[in-house]
Structure formats: structure tokens, C-alpha cells
Design a protein around this ligand. Sequence first.
Ligand SMILES: Cc1cc2nc3c(=O)[nH]c(=O)nc-3n(C[C@H](O)[C@H](O)[C@H](O)COP(=O)(O)OP(=O)(O)OC[C@H]3O[C@@H](n4cnc5c(N)ncnc54)[C@H](O)[C@@H]3O)c2cc1C
Length: 479
Amino acid sequence: MTDVLVAEIQAALGPRGWLDPADAGSLLTGWRGTYSGTPILVARPDTVEGVQEVVRACARHGATVVSQGGNTGLSGGSVPIDDPSDGRPSVLLLTSRLNRIVSVDPARFTITAEAGCTIEQVQQAAAAVGQQLAMDWGARGTATVGGAISTNAGGLNVLRFGNTRRHVLGLEAVLADGRVFDGLRALRKDNTGYDLKQLFIGAEGTLGVVTRAVFELQPAMPHHRSLFAALAGLDTVTDLYGLARSIDPGGLTAFELVPEMGVGVAVDVLDVVRPIGTRAEWYLLARFSGSEPVTDTVTRFLSEAVERGYVTDAVVADTASQEANLWTLRDELPPETLFDSRGAKFDAAVPIDRIPGFQRSVEAIAERLCGPEAVTFSFGHLGDGNLHVYVLASLEPGGRLAPDLVESVTAAVDAVIWELGGTISAEHGVGQDLLGRLPGQKSQVEFDLMRAVKAAIDPTDLFNPGKGAQTIEHSTRPA
Ligand SMILES: Cc1cc2nc3c(=O)[nH]c(=O)nc-3n(C[C@H](O)[C@H](O)[C@H](O)COP(=O)(O)OP(=O)(O)OC[C@H]3O[C@@H](n4cnc5c(N)ncnc54)[C@H](O)[C@@H]3O)c2cc1C
């Protein structure tokens, strides 16, 4: 069966349209290196019709389809699971050749792009007409339109412009029976029934293959200033955030937390410069943007922040290279790029005023369960109440937290997140990574509804089997 399927897809896509898995190298392993899988073929269609051919062939022969964009997802969603209990072979469907900007329409403030376009490619096409795609994060040069939609990616601008869901006006996807769901309308208003495109946003490739999307563009904000400030402590960040928003409600476009631990290592191992001499446990990296100069806004914000005792020292980037230095520092903070140390990882969101208490609780859990050597490394999208937290054995290269400790730390921290009314996956999705933890996150009703949606749209579980929240049968969340 597999030989026939492989031959059919190869014939349909032509010699450039597929790869032998033996030649696929890093495509078979997720970005964090924690998940790998073995497809029978890597398909690289360059048209929607090609995607339909792959999906129909897989459906006919009882194989499964795993979509992959830039493979920067952090939850193991983009590589197949080698699951003997399923027994079906999988085809890895790469969108890298679906990489055309279809149209840019500045009069409508929209852009239409194929699923394999990188986020940076779409940003550049928007900038070329004096507008902006306000989705942005460190993996912009590799992460794709299809991946961003399928993970409902967040990133650096969420507090001002929202996550991916807020930017998508329409999308197109190939369904399990090979038909095309054409939701590629560029309308801001359309109350003609269920908003079906929303189902594909954040579905992690479990309902179909996203092939094209229309994004809403924003007017360019030509003036922006980024600042880096040493914080007096974490306890006043909510007040600091309130101050920033009150000084310029629409102009605050990023509000990120950076730890000294990350600055120290980044300065040692990367080509970045320490932004200020003053050392603090925590720093704020923020940006104000606008159609008019924002220098006065930044000055007013910093002087009030110092006066109120929230900030002890700060620097404002004056040149493009200083600005690039600040944002490179932020982009490179994930420990997977900074340290060769592994442990328990959290992508938590809690109400912003709970952030200081949350951080203290994780530090206490780490010390209690792992001893004083353990390190709690936190950074991220403070303005969204979203912290990426890692409990590591140490910062020494090769440090590994023992699996039983990862498990006990994870259980204890998840319990704290739920107690604070938060979520264990703010923006990285579920993939394979969170399956064991997810039953405590949502109610039985929510899991039942998600399973019903999956059964209605992909009844044979063709797409990305074994991954995503809809695989959970029983909630363990107290009623
Ligand atoms: C350095 C770094 C920084 C990051 N920062 C952030 C951040 O700030 N915020 C954030 O939200 N994420 C962040 N991420 C995670 C990642 O970049 C996003 O999840 C991104 O959206 C993944 O896009 P991708 O194209 O790489 O998708 P992939 O990793 O290829 O796939 C992710 C999921 O989407 C599915 N998928 C991909 N393409 C399609 C398609 N066309 N149709 C259907 N399903 C599809 C896959 O099956 C998989 O389940 C970061 C990652 C890195 C490496």
C-alpha cells in the first residue's frame, strides 16, 4: 500500500515535489529537538491542487497528513508521531513551495499570502506599500503564514494588536475529502452564520491544510523608540504597565520582561552588547510607536517611572543598531538557543497583577523540589501576562533536570497556574507536548465540543493524529 501511495504522490507532484525522508534531515525533528517522526514521504506541493492530490491520495490509502511550515513550533506539532498502535503511515506535507505573496491591496489594508510565506516575507511586502503586518516574533524569518495561523501565534505586538486570530480576515484550507474550504474573503464584517475560518486558527493542523490567508494590515507607525530599563523589582510591574498605558494608550506596542540571567549569558555567548551598566534582577524592554515622534512620550514615561520608584536606570535606543541590539537580545532569550541546559518548560499566562506572585511560587517550587542549585529562568510578554518559564538544573552546559523532577515540578507549577486563573499554553499550542497536562486545563464540556468539531470536519482523523486538545477524552478539572 505504501509503495503505491508514494508512487501516486510522486507522479502527481513531479520530481521537485517530494523528498525521500532519508534526505529530509532536520525536517523530521521539531525545533526543540524533543520530538522526531518518520513519514513515508515528504511532499512539497507548490499549488493548492497539489495539496488536494496529496490529501486525496492519503485518504484513499489510509495514510495520515502532517503539515509543516517553518518547523519552529515549540510543542511537537509539526513532525509525525511514530505510533504503532495507530499503524497508519504518515506523509509530511511541507508548505515551503507555497511561498507566493498573492496580492497586496493598500486601499483595503489587506494582504493575501500563501501558507508557506514566512512572516518576515509578509512584513516586507506590507512595508513596501507603507503599511505593516503587526504580527512579529523572534522566529519571523522562518515561521510561516500556515504555522502562525495553525498555532494562533502571539509574539511581541499582542498587547497592542492582538494575536494571529485578530489579523486573519480570511483563509483557505484543503479538507479531509480533498475539497477546498474557501473562506478567503477580505471582509471585516460578515454575519452569515458560524465563522468557520476561526476553527482552523489554532487547530494545529488537525482539521485541514491551510493554503492561503488574507491578513489585515495596519497603517505604518514610522516613529518608534525602544527603551531598556532596570526594574526596582517585579512587585511594581503592574503599576509600571498601567503607567505606560495611561501615558500613551495606543502607542505602547511592546512590554517585555528580560532577566539579568539572560542578559549575562547573551552578552557572553552572542554578538550583543549589555544595554546599561546598572545591574538589576529584572529589566523591561518596551517600545512606543506612533505616526508622530514618540520621544517625549518615552521621556515622560521614564521620568515618572523613576520618580515613583519603579525603575532605577534606563536607556533609550538612539540609533538603529542600538535598537537592533535590544531586540536581538530579546529574540535570543529562549534557553534552547542560549544555554545547553534542559528542564521543565512553561508557556504560562496569568492575569498581569498575578505575575510577581506566580514567579515567586515557581522559584519556591524549584528550590523545594530540586534544591538550591536549580534555576528559574523567566522572560516574555509581560504586557500580556505571558511568561515563558524554565526550571533548569543549572546554567551549566549539559545540565539536565532528571525526568522525575521535570514531572513533579510541572505538576506543581501547573497547579499554581490554574489556581491563579491562568493557562498552561498561552501561545505555543498543545501539539504532543502538553497532552499529559491538558486534562486539568479545561472542562469536560469544552473537550466534548472540541471532539465533536474534529469528528465533523475530519471524521477519519486524517490530519495530524495524536496531537491537539481535541484528543483529550476526560477532563480532570474540578467541576
Ligand atoms: C526563537 C523562537 C521564538 C518564538 N517566539 C514565539 C512567540 O513570541 N510567540 C509565539 O506564539 N510563538 C513563538 N515561537 C513559536 C513558533 O514560531 C510559532 O508557533 C509559529 O507560529 C510556528 O510557525 P511554523 O511555520 O514554524 O509552524 P510549524 O512549526 O511548522 O508548525 C506548527 C503547527 O502548525 C501546523 N501547521 C503548519 N503549517 C500548517 C498549514 N499550512 N496548515 C495546517 N497546519 C499547519 C503544524 O502541523 C504544527 O501543528 C517561537 C519559536 C522560536 C523558534
